[in-house]
Design a protein around this ligand. Structure first.
Ligand SMILES: Nc1nc2c(c(=O)[nH]1)N[C@H]1C(S)=C(S)[C@@H](COP(=O)(O)O)O[C@H]1N2
Ligand SMILES: [Mo]
Length: 409
């Protein structure tokens, strides 16, 4: 029997032993002997603070987004539970700051190759039948290639967040305006100084695009596009244009700055991949991860897996540096195009090892190793690598320190 297999006495049991013994009589008259700890005085039994119109979190909770240069902030994935990102911790990416838009003056214009060009106020958008879904938004640049061993889940993959979104189906609005049979693309334009524009296939609009005005039950936050954003579930975050003001239908893509000089992927041999919309399956272990220091014993490995192609079907975990893989438990309900929480119970014996997770999705796509990715696409280029989703691992040292593992991941 190793030292880790010995039963341990926890603090509760120690308290009980110090408190002596009591006899409890059950409803049927039977007597049972139980340990009887002294009940500590309760320091909170004094009148508390009053109700407030808008709540705030406990002052003892300090988790935060991490802000980079004012135009990017990342979600603290390692501090969250379940699958919904609180709105105030949703990652932010904006190319020219947050515009302030008065919802009274807001209008959404749909024009171009349509039967009836139309403008919709916010109130008009809210009168259409509504739809609600939970899905993630992930920036396609969600893996800084400057990551070093002391990288947290937040710094590694904090450009993905999940909300429950509510709005009107874009298909409903296109049915109102009518679309020319030849219209196959539309331009989505934001109302910020960046003049964010992307060309989107009409097929996506008719499939599952949402014109969203609510996030986790309240109005969309300014950082997420108040009062209205385009939401394209499973597609690279950049296409979910915030502060949406205009959509123009056409029979071809518009070749905007955001889809030519940016958001296209340099491959090997000078070839560039354009319109790589769908986010590939990815997973990361959020616990244990840097800067946690582990003690030997039972550990619940926790993390998130997601895919833009539908459902996650399984998440494999390796606790022996990739020699063998076991299936993690997935938290139900497993929703399509959504962060899926996984858990795996593991007893760490104190010897150095690497833990890794690998996501599989319903199309049969398996999250690739870094080597597989680089064989297919070449080494990542530029300050960010778009659509870079390799298996990542955490190296656990014998002293319990956990560090981001470089390859073979
Ligand atoms: N109008 C507008 N829409 C935008 C952007 C922007 O700068 N302006 N940034 C895009 C990018 S690059 C991403 S990843 C997502 C981020 O959405 P979030 O800030 O709500 O997380 O919004 C997209 N929509
Ligand atoms: Mo992005």
């Amino acid at each position: 029997m190793s030292k880790n297999d010995q039963p341990t006495i926890n603090r509760r049991q120690l308290l009980a032993a110090a408190g002596g013994v009591a006899i409890i009589q059950t409803a049927s008259g039977e007597q049972i002997q139980v340990a009887d700890p002294a009940i500590p005085a309760d320091p909170t039994k004094v009148p508390g603070s009053p109700a407030t119109p808008v709540g705030t979190r406990s002052p003892f909770e300090q988790t935060q987004r991490r802000v980079f240069g004012g135009a990017i902030s990342t979600t603290p994935l390692q501090d969250l539970h379940g699958s919904i990102t609180p709105a105030g911790l949703h990652f932010e990416r904006h190319h020219a700051g947050l515009p302030t838009i008065d919802p009274q003056n807001y209008e959404l214009l749909i024009h171009g190759m349509v039967d009836r060009p139309m403008k919709f106020s916010l109130a008009e958008l809210k009168r259409f039948p509504a739809t609600t879904r939970i899905c993630f938004i992930e920036c396609s640049g969600n893996l800084p290639i400057w990551a070093n061993a002391k990288t947290t889940p937040q710094s590694l993959a904090g450009l993905t967040s999940q909300s429950e979104w509510t709005g009107v189906k874009l298909a409903t609005l296109f049915r109102e305006t009518g679309i020319h049979p030849k219209a196959s693309w539309f331009l989505a334009e934001g109302s910020d100084a960046a003049v964010m524009t992307r060309s989107i296939p009409v097929e996506k609009a008719l499939d599952d695009a949402i014109i969203a005005y609510a996030q986790n039950g309240e109005a969309v936050r300014p950082a997420q596009g108040y009062p209205v954003r385009l939401l394209l579930p499973g597609w690279e975050g950049n296409t979910s244009v915030k502060w949406l003001r205009r959509m123009e239908l056409s029979d071809r893509p518009f070749q905007t700055r955001e889809e030519t000089s940016k958001y296209s992927d340099p491959l090997k041999d000078g070839v560039v991949r354009q319109f790589s919309f769908v986010m590939d399956a990815r997973s990361i272990i959020t616990f244990p991860a840097y800067p946690v220091v582990l003690e030997p014993g039972w550990i619940e490995i926790r993390g998130l897996a997601w895919t833009g192609r539908g459902h996650i079907t399984s998440v494999d975990i390796s606790t022996d540096s990739g020699n063998s893989w076991q299936q993690a438990e997935l938290q139900a309900p497993v929703l399509p195009k959504a962060h899926t929480r996984f858990r795996y119970l593991w007893k760490w014996d104190g010897s150095p090892t690497r833990i890794m997770s690998r996501a599989l999705d319903e199309t049969g796509y398996s999250q690739p190793t870094r080597a597989q990715l680089e064989t297919a696409r070449g080494a990542p280029q530029g300050p960010f690598a778009y659509h870079y989703n390799p298996i990542t691992g955490w190296q656990i040292e014998s002293d319990g320190t956990v560090l981001l593992a470089p390859g073979p991941g």
